[in-house]
Design a protein around this ligand. Structure first.
Ligand SMILES: Cc1ncc(COP(=O)(O)O)c(C=O)c1O
Length: 384
């Protein structure tokens, strides 16, 4: 059956022989023109009109009031956690089924991740598993949730919209409110994805996006923090620009900051990519529909957008019966020049995070062993 799948992918991408990547950026004259403008302006680094223009474009697109551009999504997560008040010794609840950046950013703050399970349908953090872990391990104090055994503060919860599919944000928001947890969404993969018609990344206090080369749109490398809270946005901008006090010529810093601001060159690229974004998502949904139809006809399990959501289908995924079937599929397809990949090794299996507190992770284990990502690039979106 893998041969039939390889034929399908080659047909979708009209590519009879050459290797087919997992996710290639779509870029061209538009990006060259904007980057050229940045070069002509001489503002190529962290000051320039494209940085603010890109921030405004993301704020408009997502419906967030404020957006702060960063050098990458990991830096955006780090700063979002810091400005939310995550401190050394805190616990931050997240999912083990994620890219490593989510956990690393928590670790950079001196906090420790707690892993709860994901939903089988959404692939994102399960609000039921979240509530269950809190009921067993935490107690409510006036200041919020506290881990009963260690007395450590449970400061925040970071769900991730896996592969672009929105997690169950109504229920997650409710559990966070019940337990006094700050909600920060890792929406790195879900630009253009909506839960109940609201853009992912805008449900919590802060949300974070990535514009790495493999994402729906790219800036080469880049990230963004979104929030409706003006003071937090101001503080995020301050911390990402080395905590330099505004002054026309003096260099004065009043705390340890970070050199995390997105350069103008990258933002110029991003401004061009924003023009493409609606076309890219429409095209990616066409690709997803082709896979879905084929899987229906051939008895394969294609991962669909959860009910009540609209996904950007960042990376399409198939679910195979078990790890053995998955590995046979990965071998056959990669050998035939069609790039496919397993999901990330879940965080609780990695040496640095193996001892973190966690709840039962049966769904995480099953998904990690049975999902494969398949080629998901947008087809030409019709722009220059
Ligand atoms: C879920 C998730 N979080 C965070 C990131 C970090 O983004 P970046 O690579 O831009 O640092 C990524 C992607 O790379 C991601 O997939």
């Amino acid at each position: 059956m893998s041969e039939a799948f390889v034929r399908l992918v080659r047909e979708i991408y009209a590519e009879p022989r050459a290797p087919i990547p997992l996710h290639a950026p779509v870029m061209g004259a538009l990006e060259k023109a904007r980057v050229g403008e940045a070069i002509d302006s001489t503002f190529v680094s962290s000051v320039g009109t494209f940085v603010t223009g890109f921030e405004q474009a993301i704020a408009r697109f997502t419906g967030a009031k404020y957006a702060v551009a960063t050098v990458n999504g990991t830096a955006a997560l780090h700063i979002a956690l810091l400005v939310a008040g995550v401190e050394p010794g805190d616990l931050v609840i997240t999912q083990s089924l994620s890219f490593i950046a989510t956990c690393n950013a928590i670790h950079y703050c001196g906090a420790e991740p707690v892993f709860v399970d994901v939903d089988e349908e959404t692939l994102g953090l399960s609000p039921d598993a979240l509530r269950a872990w809190l009921e067993v391990h935490a107690e409510r104090r006036s200041s919020g949730g506290v881990d009963r055994a260690s007395g450590r503060r449970i400061r925040a919860c970071v769900p991730m919209h896996t592969l672009g599919h929105p997690a169950r944000m109504d229920a997650i928001t409710q559990v966070c409110a019940d337990w006094g947890l700050i909600l920060i969404e890792d929406a790195a993969e879900s630009l253009g994805s909506y839960y109940n018609n609201q853009h992912t990344g805008t449900f919590g206090l802060l949300g974070v996006f990535s514009f790495n080369g493999n994402k729906v749109i790219t800036t080469g490398g880049g990230g963004m923090i979104v929030t409706d809270d003006e003071a937090l946005a101001r503080r995020a901008r301050y911390l990402t620009t080395t905590a330099k006090k505004p002054h026309s010529w003096a260099f004065e810093h009043d705390e340890v900051g970070f050199n995390y601001r997105m350069p103008n060159l990258n933002a110029a690229f991003g401004v061009a990519q924003m023009e493409r974004l609606p076309g890219l998502i429409a095209s990616k949904r066409v690709v997803a529909e082709r896979y879905a139809e084929w899987c229906r006809a051939n008895g394969w399990h294609f991962v669909r957008e959860p009910e009540g959501t609209r996904s950007n289908y960042w990376l399409n995924a198939l679910r195979l019966p078990d790890a053995e079937a998955r590995d046979a599929f990965l071998d056959a397809t990669n050998h035939a020049g069609v790039m496919t990949r397993p999901l990330w090794a879940p965080m609780h299996r990695l040496p640095m995070y193996a001892d973190c507190p966690c709840g039962p992770l049966a769904v995480t284990e099953r998904l990690a062993d049975s999902l494969v990502n398949i080629p998901s690039s947008a087809l030409d979106n019709g722009l220059a």
